[in-house]
Design a binder for this molecule. Structure first.
Ligand SMILES: *Cc1c(COP(=O)(O)O)cnc(C)c1O
Length: 476
């Protein structure tokens, strides 16, 4: 399997090569040259695999340059009981046609652990093979940074410089990140919003000399290694769903078990993996995209116009990990939507006019690609947390509540809807308490202990030069 850039300016590269980079050298995003596809029999044959085995099988379709035994060792460590003490990804029935896919059973209580724990094993593996070191520079609105730091703390050959927006994260997110004591972890707190942090990461990566000299890499959601790891749980969720609904599941009907998935979205990484899984053969009839008040993606999927917004127009909401007004992974999807030939001209509109007009594709977004979308607001989240608790006793977090709100709004009850649980309620307790009052569960002891620990941060201005100077100093 080879990888190319959406913008056409990268020689085909292997998985191990692209694993250490964020953007392609031409500023585009890395995509697989072809999409592997599993037929019905091959899908059915996955049914008895453990999560780690399934991960090695699916990621192995992309990482063809990593020997299978090595990949199995990597996924066994990444998804074993050390990091996921109970079930790696539990799938449970909620009510009516709704199911919950538990993506936040990992060390930082959010779905990003599923991608990051893979990178935390795979990247040191590649570095060791090639005798290299890596400085990971990333931006986080809360969950990415935390899961990256927990995946890479103490990792040989790796340092992490994580930019987070000042005052925009929950107390638990801050404690999870800032209380890490390993010397290879640097928490840089930027005076700006998430998009500013992301712009700095882009600027650092666009400085080719600096990037080369300091071995800069990324683990943001634009890293294809993360996407590959996220594809796995769409296969898993569908397989476990079939276990639940049909004890008599057979090879013949394996291809007729269509589902909808509903994905709380921000940077479009999670649902892009769903789109890939669909193209790879998972019978996902509908991809429901949920946004909060920061609804650039909902706007795109309903009107065909993608217009990223500025810092002033990004709201701070009660589902803060989705407070994103530039969806960096959307470029990959638009590449699939319009095709490699049309892509450069279509995407060039963004630089020229600050907006991309793909209105002529709107009908195909639903009909051919299966997308539907809607947004939720604060009151919707409170209502969904309350209603889910009353109907099932399950407590969901506000991001998952965005998903529940949108799933209910878009479902026509003809398809089961698998809602992606993207974080644990403990992580965003304020909103859960606002919704449930006295019924809100107590903060867990693990979290209570964590909140008490000392925190270590470095305050930074909203400036790429300042960040570069800091890294330069540390990387001597
Ligand atoms: C990152 C995140 C999202 C958004 O996922 P994307 O892949 O950026 O679309 C949603 N919910 C939570 C809890 C997150 O951490």
């Amino acid at each position: 399997m080879k990888f190319v850039s959406t913008r056409g300016g990268m020689a085909p590269a292997n998985f191990m090569d692209i694993l250490l980079d964020g953007l392609a050298p031409d500023g585009g995003l890395v995509v697989p040259e072809t999409t592997p596809r599993l037929n019905t029999d091959e899908l059915a044959a996955l049914r008895d695999l453990s999560y780690a085995e399934l991960a090695a099988r699916i990621i192995g379709l992309f990482a063809t340059d990593i020997p299978r035994e090595d990949l199995e060792r990597i996924t066994e460590t990444a998804y074993g009981t050390d990091r996921f003490p109970e079930n790696t990804v539990p799938v449970t029935y909620l009510h009516d046609e709704f199911f919950l896919v538990g993506l936040s059973a990992g060390p930082t209580m959010a779905f990003k652990d599923l991608a990051m724990q893979f990178l935390g094993q795979a990247i040191p593996y590649v570095l060791e093979k090639t005798g290299r070191t890596l400085n990971i520079v990333g931006a986080t609105s809360g969950d990415t940074g935390s899961s990256a730091e927990h995946a890479f703390k103490g990792a040989p050959g790796v340092s992490v410089y994580m930019l987070s927006p000042k005052g925009r994260m929950s107390a638990v997110q801050r404690a999870q990140m800032y209380s890490i004591t390993d010397s290879n972890i640097h928490n840089l707190v930027v005076d700006g919003v998430f998009d500013d942090c992301q712009d700095i990461v882009k600027a650092v990566n666009n400085d080719a000399d600096f990037k080369r000299t300091h071995h800069i890499g990324a683990v943001n959601s634009i890293n294809f290694g993360r996407i590959a790891a996220q594809v796995v749980y769409y296969f898993w969720a569908w397989l476990r769903y079939t276990d639940i609904v049909d004890e008599d599941y057979t090879t013949e009907n394996a291809g007729h078990r269509e589902i909808a998935v509903c994905v709380p979205s921000g940077n479009f990484g999670n649902i892009y993996a769903g789109h890939l899984a669909r193209r790879m053969g998972v019978p996902i009839a509908r991809l429901m995209l949920a946004t909060n008040e920061n609804n650039v993606l909902d706007e795109f999927f309903t009107t065909g116009h993608y217009t990223p917004r500025s810092r002033e127009n990004t709201y701070a909401t009660s589902s803060p990990s989705m407070d994103i007004s530039k969806a960096s992974n959307l470029e990959r999807f638009v590449y699939d939507l319009v095709g490699a030939k049309e892509f450069p001209e279509a995407w060039a509109q963004l630089d020229a006019q600050g907006t991309v007009d793909l209105e002529s594709y709107v009908a195909r977004l639903g009909a051919e690609f299966g997308f539907a979308s809607a947004k939720s607001v604060h009151q919707d989240r409170l209502d969904s947390i309350r209603a889910t608790f009353e109907e099932t006793g399950v407590v969901i977090d506000p991001h998952t509540a965005d998903g529940v709100t949108v799933a209910k709004r878009l479902s026509d009850a003809t398809l089961p809807v698998l809602i992606m649980e993207t974080a644990k309620p403990d992580k965003f307790r304020e909103t859960v308490v606002e919704a449930l009052g006295q019924d809100a569960p107590d903060t867990s002891d693990v979290v209570k202990d964590m909140l008490k620990r000392e925190q270590f941060t470095v305050d930074m201005p909203n400036s790429a030069d300042a960040i570069k100077a800091y890294i330069e100093e540390e990387d001597r």
